[in-house]
Design a protein around this ligand. Structure first.
Ligand SMILES: [Zn+2]
Length: 301
């Protein structure tokens, strides 16, 4: 089954949702980033509650201190990317409400990569919101079973998580469209086979920026896994990094906030905006991948 989310959503929007329903839905007052910086540390606990804040325009950080989740709000409903851990789901739900948005107005759930720290909360969030979940072809069976794939570099390292029904497999050639929202997925395998990075545009007054949610891409694995034994996977890994480094991107975020130096940037004068954010992120990962492959080569000599 390879349903087309674009078509589905267009039908959904025109036939079932009255735009009036959302007309009054705006964040009353998005809290500043100071509260988050004060509440959260670098590489903080995955389940630790942190206050939500506005990232840019209609994009809000609603994750915990240690795990990101992003709410992108629209006139005909909202999109939520990532659901945190099982315990993190309630933190995310509370953050969405604290911003003045309603959970039932979340119409689409998306994911970064299919490991429990980012997707275990999706089952609960789906139940609370009634949203439809779209997943990549490789992530879909993992989400639907709650069990990490055998081919995953981190297979057998993670506990199972609550299974969640996937409503459609994403066709990456098309954006996900919900009313005025339009999000483009890019395959960025590395952490997992089904890993996705996302790009969309958010605007404030007259200025619009392209945001990118770049997946965790560090070459992490169980002890006996060798990336060099999987040349096709490494080739796809490199393609994803090349794509990421060339994206039109003025603001990069990552599933682990500290991987994109989010706190550091919030504290800096320039804030989260960074023209070179995506290319720097990709080149840092590429260095780590090359170092990992070199280490594997040396250990096999
Ligand atoms: Zn993670």
């Amino acid at each position: 089954m390879n349903l087309r989310p674009l078509k589905y959503l267009l039908i959904l929007c025109t036939s079932m949702i009255s735009p009036l329903l959302f007309a009054s839905e705006t964040a009353e007052q998005a809290p500043g980033t100071t509260a988050w910086v004060n509440a959260c540390k670098d590489w903080d606990d995955w389940d630790k509650p942190g206050p939500p804040f506005k990232v840019y325009g209609n994009t809000y950080y609603v994750g915990t201190c240690g795990i990101s989740a992003l709410l992108i709000t629209g006139e005909e409903g909202h999109v939520l990317i990532d659901g945190g851990t099982e315990a993190g789901a309630s933190v995310i739900a509370e953050n969405v409400r604290a911003l003045g948005f309603r959970l039932r107005d979340i119409k689409v759930l998306l994911h970064s990569h299919e490991h429990f720290d980012h997707v275990a909360g999706l089952a609960e969030l789906k139940k609370m919101s009634g949203a439809r979940l779209f997943a990549s072809a490789d992530a879909a069976p993992v989400l639907a079973s709650g069990v990490v794939s055998d081919k995953d570099p981190q297979a057998n390292m993670h506990d199972a998580f609550p299974a969640v029904e996937v409503d459609a497999v994403l066709n990456l050639a098309e954006p996900v469209v919900l009313g005025d929202l339009r999000l483009q997925a890019y395959a960025t395998p590395g952490h997992t086979y089904g890993a996705l990075s996302w790009q969309w545009q958010s605007c404030e007054a007259t200025s619009c920026v392209n945001l990118v949610y770049a997946d965790s891409l560090s070459p992490v694995s169980r002890d006996d896994y060798r990336f060099s034994d999987h040349p096709e996977y490494v080739a796809a890994y490199r393609r994803g990094l090349a794509t990421l480094s060339e994206l039109d991107c003025q603001l990069v975020l990552a599933p682990h906030p500290s991987a994109s130096k989010m706190r550091e940037r919030l504290l800096s004068q320039g804030g989260l905006l960074d023209q070179a954010g995506c290319s720097n992120y990709a080149s840092t990962v590429l260095d780590r991948l090359d170092a990992r492959l070199e280490k594997e080569r040396l250990s096999s000599d």
